[in-house]
Design a protein around this ligand. Structure first.
Ligand code: PLP
Length: 392
């Protein structure tokens, strides 16, 4: 029996495959180094520390941070968001966020609303996930301390006018602290924290940056660091004689042994992003997205949840198949042709309410990566056509 090739179209959850250099870096760090970061004076430990410093430098460079020490390594995008939100907010603080957010924003905010009485306002988004500047500005007043907003929707791939939104929000409330969730944009779109004028930026390292799972980054503007308490306390490899948590960056937020192999993999992913191969991969991703869109449009009985301005999106597409449950379709796609997609609410329940897809259990999400091929897209479309055929 010939084995069917796996068609991975869940790159918005985590990118796969990774560049070969990423696998190699993880393995080399585990086998050839294996030492703890910032903990020893011997050569291998110093080398592990150097790898992490290089990775920090690459992240800082990628997001336009002035200082490497403004970048903290975490375990995931969720970990970065929780570190920022739980560390910053105090009882009775007023926060504005949007209906387009992921649960890794909504849940910590909801938790703080319940536990310490944080006041939470949720600005609606349109059905594609876009937030209007007018709605956002209306919800902000002189008491608003924090705005949490995503850059790109993980449901529709729509790109927010993030710079314009932040500028308008800060014009209304100059003291406002802004946290950007760049989970779906880091590595895909240019990001400059100074241009964005954001105070905090959270992202995973395992999606558009092509690092391994278990990596995340949090940027903190130097002026905000004192206002954010650490989430975790413990050994940092510095100031070990003092039982007080160091307040220096990045140690303040990096207690415990760092995941050196994964960070080495992330460093390889970040270096890959600067290569000609990655540039070609980006063009390929755009071509595959167009091909997928044309294919989806050619299938009867599908509803496409597309951004109105088709250029304002990355390679994420949400669709519904008439009268079929999203999980059922995803299951059939896998069983019939090993087409691997995400189905359901994609951890964005409020967005699905705005889209009118909440009650029916969400959508089927296809997300393309730099290594997706045109042949895979053609096959995925054929399989989708086949599994949605009985409806006609
Ligand atoms: C918009 C958004 N924010 C946050 C996250 C959480 O990232 P992680 O999966 O690394 O925890 C995701 C993950 O899909 C996301 O899409």
């Amino acid at each position: 029996m010939t084995e069917i090739e796996r068609i991975y179209l869940d790159n918005a959850a985590t990118s796969w495959p990774k560049p070969d250099s990423v696998y190699l870096a993880v393995e080399q760090t585990m086998r050839g180094n294996g030492a703890a970061v910032g903990r020893g004076v011997f050569g291998d430990s110093a080398q592990a520390t150097q790898i992490v410093q290089q990775a920090r430098h690459e992240v800082a460079h990628l997001i336009g941070a002035r200082s490497d020490s403004s970048v903290v390594f975490t375990n995931s995008g969720t970990d970065s968001l929780s570190t920022a939100i739980l560390g910053l907010l105090k009882p009775n603080d007023s926060v504005v966020t949007t209906a387009a957010e992921h649960n890794s924003v909504l849940r910590p905010l909801h938790h703080l609303q319940q536990v310490i009485g944080v006041e939470l306002k949720i600005v609606p988004c349109d059905e594609t996930g876009l937030v209007s500047t007018t709605d956002l500005v209306k919800s902000i007043d002189e008491n608003t301390r924090l705005l949490v907003i995503n850059h790109v929707s993980n449901v529709t791939g729509v790109v927010q006018s993030i710079q314009e939104l932040i500028a308008a929000a800060k014009a209304k409330q100059p003291e406002l602290i802004v946290l950007v969730d760049a989970a779906q944009s880091l590595g895909h779109l240019p990001i400059d924290v100074a241009e964005l004028s954001c105070d905090l930026l959270a992202a995973p390292g395992h999606k558009g940056s092509y690092g391994p799972l278990g990596t995340g980054i949090l940027y903190l503007h130097p002026d905000i660091v004192d206002q954010v308490a650490p989430l975790r306390f413990g050994g940092t490899g510095v100031s070990s004689g003092d039982i007080q948590q160091p307040m220096t960056m990045p140690e303040k937020f990096e207690s415990g042994n760092l995941n050196a192999p994964a960070i080495a993999g992330l460093l390889a992913g970040l270096k890959y992003l600067k290569t000609e191969q990655a540039k070609a991969g980006k063009e390929n991703l755009a071509r595959c997205s167009e091909l997928l869109l044309a294919g989806l449009r050619s299938i009867d009985g599908l509803t496409l949840h597309l951004p109105k301005l088709i250029d304002h999106r990355i390679g994420i597409f949400s669709v519904s198949v008439e009268s079929l449950d999203a999980h059922e379709v995803a299951n059939l796609l896998d069983l019939t042709g090993q087409v691997q997609v995400r189905s359901g609410l994609h951890c964005a329940p409020l967005h699905h309410r705005q889209m009118g897809t909440f009650e029916r259990g969400g959508t089927i999400r296809f997300s393309v990566g730099r290594f997706t091929t045109a042949t895979q897209i053609e096959r995925a479309v054929k399989v989708l056509q086949q599994v949605s055929q009985p409806l006609k």
